[in-house]
Write a protein that binds this ligand. Structure first.
Ligand code: ADP
Length: 477
């Protein structure tokens, strides 16, 4: 049995801004099911949705600050969560990284440096918790200083750093980090320095014993200039310690046979009941109820990464076809406005829900026929896996985890029953539009469509497979 300290800045259902929370909610649980002793450490934000009892454990004095450690458990599992409680940094409105207006908190470097220092104290068993992990598993830049600081300790646990998105690096100017008091030997271009800035993520990439990322294809892509965000050289240098392990999905939460947020349950054998969800979705979005017209859906952050501009560029032509399109998301204000404008021009064909709405996300997965995910880059992506489980065929760009999880409809993949969606190569509006046409064409062939739906719904995206790979990695350390 391995003792694993899982360091993260968000975990579903306690707090979530994106895919990292899904992983942090599921992977520790799956490891616990494999009989491992895993504990999560994360900041105690004001907006955490606590469900279980919380108790005070101890107070640590670090960098002249008194920081409490609280303990709770993940809902629906016995996984222990240690909350790093420092009100001045974490008790504020907004989300973990930005204020109500979407601006990064100006003291993010101080906030997450303190979080990392506390995680190191816990990892070194200096926090009066009588527990020392074998492995410290860190995630994304917010925990990047942990492997760096640990590297200076003797008799330290092993460290693993997972890249969920290389585009977010935790870069801070030299002035903004003056108060951090980081050990001088970490400050050099082979260490935490990145063009005169402090890079939190380099703490993970340089100093962790192993680096993982969330799909095998993204692990290769980030070693190239096109996807490496300036860190491709370092990642190539560390390629023998870098592996891609595909994320799983929580197949209990994303299961159309038991999903409490959808209008009617269905499964592979009762696919016709999916129809009720389509009608409900059309009603909810005020679109004409029509079971014959293909209904396209999209859920996600409205940012350039997700290829939202490609969709906007081809929407007028797309909406001239016989189809409907519903979208749920928030993000870039310009994208939000342009999408709202288009929805006003085509009220019978397109509707937009702005905001973050978990139950509605489930209904879209269940009610849509086709799911759009034309990302420019996508470390793993979750929605394309949810879609397949719901028999909602995804249209994805050939990148990152999307390539690893969706099999394009081709004559041979139709024949050997492996096809599960539609894949296109070039990040431009015309390639996307061609692929939408290809999907709509197949939709008119009921038999072929149901056969691909059934391939998609039969795929195993469970966490167990991935958790076993992480465990093998921990054991190799
Ligand atoms: P990323 O982490 O890059 O945002 P992923 O596809 O890996 O993208 O994960 C996004 C997660 O957040 C998914 O579970 C998705 O359903 C959810 N999500 C994103 N935007 C919304 C929204 N507006 N409402 C509900 N859920 C959302």
């Amino acid at each position: 049995m391995k003792k694993i300290l899982f360091v993260t800045s968000e975990a579903h259902p306690l707090i979530k801004t994106g895919g990292l929370a899904d992983v942090s909610g599921s992977l520790p649980k799956a490891l616990a099911e494999l009989s491992q002793d895993v504990r999560i450490i994360m900041p105690n934000y004001q907006t955490i949705k606590m469900q279980n009892e919380v108790r005070y454990l101890c107070t640590l004095r670090v960098e002249n600050r008194d920081v409490n450690i609280l303990e709770t458990r993940m809902p629906d599992s016995n996984v222990i969560v240690w909350l790093v409680d420092f009100a001045e940094y974490f008790i504020r409105p907004g989300n973990p990284y930005v204020d109500e207006h979407g601006n990064s908190w100006p003291d993010n470097a101080d906030r997450f440096a303190l979080f990392c220092r506390i995680a190191v104290e816990v990892a070194m068993n200096r926090a009066y918790l009588q527990w020392m992990p074998d492995v410290v598993h860190c995630n994304d830049w917010q925990s990047g200083l942990v492997p760096a600081l640990l590297s200076l300790e003797s008799n330290r646990p092993s460290s693993v750093f997972t890249i969920h998105n290389l585009a977010y690096q935790g870069l801070f100017t030299a002035e903004s980090i003056r108060g951090l008091n980081l050990p001088g030997q970490l400050w050099n271009p082979e260490g935490l320095e990145f063009y005169n800035m402090l890079s939190f993520i380099k703490g993970g990439l340089v100093y962790a014993d192993k680096i993982t990322t969330v799909s095998p294809n993204y692990a290769l892509e980030i070693q190239t200039a096109a996807y490496g965000c300036g860190l491709e050289g370092l990642l190539r240098f560390r390629k023998d310690s870098l592996i891609g392990i595909l994320n799983g999905i929580d197949q209990d939460v994303w299961n159309p046979a038991i999903d409490p947020s959808i209008a009617k349950h269905y499964g592979q054998k009762t696919l016709k009941d999916k129809q009720h969800n389509k009608s409900e979705l059309q009603r909810r979005f005020g679109l004409p109820e029509d079971d014959k017209v293909p209904l396209l859906g999209l859920i996600g952050r409205l940012v350039e990464q997700k290829g939202i501009d490609l969709i906007i560029d081809c929407l007028p032509e797309m909406l001239s076809m016989s189809l409907q399109f519903v979208l749920l998301g928030s993000g870039d204000k310009d994208f939000e406005q342009r999408l709202q404008n288009l929805a006003h021009v085509y009220p019978d064909k397109m509707a937009v829900a702005q905001g973050y709405d978990e139950p509605l996300a489930h209904l879209i997965e269940a009610g849509a026929d086709i799911f759009l995910m034309p990302s420019r880059f996508e470390p793993c992506g979750l929605n394309q896996m949810y879609s397949q489980r719901y028999g909602t065929l995804p249209i994805v760009r050939n990148t990152g985890g999307l390539s690893d999880t969706v099999v394009d409809v081709l004559p041979e993949t139709l024949a050997n029953r492996t096809a599960t969606g539609f894949v296109f190569n070039d990040a431009n509006a015309s390639s996307l539009l061609e692929t939408v046409k290809r999907a709509v064409m197949l939709y008119s062939d009921r038999k072929a469509w149901t056969s691909v739906q059934s391939n998609a719904m039969g795929k195993d995206f469970s966490w167990l497979k991935s958790a076993e790979q992480y465990l093998a990695l921990y054991e190799s350390l």
